[in-house]
Write a protein that binds this ligand. Structure first.
Ligand code: PLP
Length: 408
């Protein structure tokens, strides 16, 4: 008898976005003439930068001729892209990362989900609450958790984010081996300072732990004092893996390109304490299960680092950040406490009510869709996430509708 992986039965069905879709559909059926404005799911809305489109077209033309056609490429990515990444995203910021420590992939979601399989099943995992759900669910699938009660899985060390700590969790009180951190944060928009991040790096070094640092939103950082990469912190090369994505940076959510940095000096251990290179393990995993990102997509990603590409990417990010500033201003004027939106595209708003009631109220009275914070973890209760990924027109209209709904 073929048996399923029973750990999958512990998963909460992807409740959050399916529940949102259900409620939005019900609303639309009742109000067919009232268009909904979606500030919920974090997908981008603007076209790829011209420089990327141009490089994309050119690479497709190369694929059309036998003499320039490319078949399978290197699983870890073409040297042209890995070198551009190392130079621009790391060396230019004083972070000592080489092109041969970069693994190009088709998404940070896959990489943050897949990375856990190179670590032991009994690894003690620390996960923030609220959190990007993929970190948790992939560990549930792997069998690292017990049952789910009251919004939490047994066997996970939760790192609570709340108004008191500004949604920057404290170091864990009990020993852990693998720590997920994401800054600028999804869903809260919180950012971490170099001094705060140094405490995590020191903790990991002292405990022979590894930090999985998700920097998918680093392009939205405005404050020059904030770290874009964990490798800007001394010692991080020996304790951290970093995930990056072109999805939000350059509008690649549908084009798919991302990368993971695994420094060669990063070690993990056997049960008897023998050190092994994590780079070697990830290389083995990546090249066994993945056959590389398509050549035209890698050329499009490389173009993000051209002079024109950098300017266009900045313009794209600035556009969304103008939305973020408007959302912050309007929600604050309505008396809501909030964080985020200054160095991130997400604004995390205290609702003064439970998350789903506030979601329903915004949908019913304003026709605006946000994301209930409770869907990201128990500590998200009492908050909503508003995303800046939409057109200026839609965000302006949404804020005007919310103003009227909350004032009436
Ligand atoms: C924190 C975080 N990491 C990773 C991802 C996924 O990125 P990608 O599109 O590269 O898979 C997202 C997407 O929303 C995200 O919010």
């Amino acid at each position: 008898m073929i048996q399923i992986n029973a750990h999958y039965l512990k998963l909460k069905a992807s409740y959050l976005f399916s529940e949102i879709a259900k409620r939005v559909e019900a609303y639309q059926q009742q109000h067919p003439d009232a268009p909904v404005i979606r500030l919920g799911i974090g997908d981008v809305t603007r076209a790829l930068p011209d420089a990327c489109i141009h490089a994309f077209h050119q690479a497709i033309d190369e694929m059309a001729e036998d003499r320039s056609f490319r078949g399978y490429g290197p699983e870890e990515g073409y040297a042209f892209l890995r070198e551009a990444i190392a130079e621009n995203d790391f060396k230019a910021r004083g972070a000592d990362i080489g092109a041969d420590e970069i693994f190009v992939s088709d998404g940070a979601k896959c990489d943050t989900g897949n990375i856990q399989e190179i670590f032991d099943i009994n690894t003690r995992i620390a996960i923030p609450d609220p959190v990007y759900p993929a970190y948790l669910d992939t560990n549930v699938m792997a069998g690292r958790t017990g049952a789910y009660h009251d919004g939490r899985y047994e066997g996970i060390v939760y790192l609570n984010g709340n108004a008191e700590n500004g949604f920057i969790p404290d170091l864990p009180a009990e020993p852990v081996d693998l720590i997920y951190l994401c800054f600028p944060n999804n869903p809260t928009g919180a950012t971490i300072t170099k001094d705060q991040l140094k405490q995590w790096v020191d903790y990991a070094a002292a405990n022979k732990a590894i930090i999985l640092f998700d920097a998918a939103y680093e392009a939205f950082i405005r404050d020059d004092s904030l770290p874009h990469s964990i490798y800007e912190i001394d010692g991080a090369r020996d304790v951290a893996i970093e995930f990056r994505s072109f999805s939000k940076t350059a509008g690649f959510t549908g084009t798919r390109c991302a990368y993971t940095v695994v420094p060669k000096s990063l070690m993990a251990y056997t049960a008897t304490g023998e050190a092994h290179s994590v780079h070697g393990l990830w290389n083995r995993r990546h090249s066994t299960k993945f056959n590389g990102v398509s050549y035209p997509v890698q050329r499009a990603a490389e173009a993000v680092y051209s002079t024109a590409g950098k300017a266009q990417m900045q313009e794209l990010v600035n556009y969304y950040m103008e939305n973020a500033a408007l959302i912050r201003k309007e929600m604050q004027a309505l008396g809501h406490t909030l964080i985020g939106g200054e160095n991130s595209p997400y604004i995390w708003v205290a609702t003064g009510a439970d998350s789903w009631s506030f979601f329903d109220m915004l949908l019913e009275n304003a026709g605006v869709v946000c994301t209930p914070g409770a869907g990201f973890g128990t500590c998200g209760e009492g908050y909503i996430r508003i995303s800046a990924f939409n057109s200026h027109e839609n965000v302006t209209a949404a804020m005007s509708r919310i103003r009227q709904a909350l004032k009436s």
